[in-house]
Design a protein around this ligand. Sequence first.
Ligand SMILES: [Zn+2]
Length: 237
Amino acid sequence: MTAKKADTTTIELEGTLVPLDVQINGRARNISLRVDERTGGIELVLPRFVAKAEGLAFVHEKSRWIMHQVRDRPPNVPFAHGAVIPLLGIDHEIVHQEGARGTVWVDRAGATLNVAGQAPHVSRRVADWLKGQARQEISARAQTYAAAVERRIRKIQIRDTRSRWGSCSEDARLSFSWRLMLAPENVMTYVVAHEVAHLVELNHSKRFWQVVDGLCPGCEPAKYWLKRHGASLHRFG
Ligand SMILES: [Zn+2]
């Protein structure tokens, strides 16, 4: 991220108060704005030479388009009985099985994610289960890919990051968002391949992309999916 500073406020558009996050970005060439799918707020990015007033005028100019996005965005999905969440991209309904033994289990045939225990714990149990699954699925892929490029992973962390799906440090520590468990499988695979490729090339050079391609041929659609739909993964839980 290259944002220099963020300033959060609200703006009234068509009679509705909408959260507004203003960022000054020295590398931006144009004013840009997007609607955050999770919060329904606006993210406005201003190049350094553009005054905030000019940015706000731009927001007002686009108010119809913005309010369209705000109202049409898909609703948030809590981890609760009856909610449908995508497990590696495949929809599963959360079914609370009160009195059942065990904690959380998947019924693939019925496409359900079953949760035992008491109702107030369903949400936390689903979240914990997803994090555990993410760790297993991601670690298995990461170890396979690391072996393929003959590198060692020092540590794999699973987190809930807002802006990055994965990262790789200079000392070979990989970090991933557990929300990849809700993305299509090829998207998880691509993100893991991407971060493992950084064990070879800690940059985004041509050589880096060759390594990614070697690990995960045909990953372009996954990259595109993330750009297009990645933000929607923050609607869950
Ligand atoms: Zn990268």
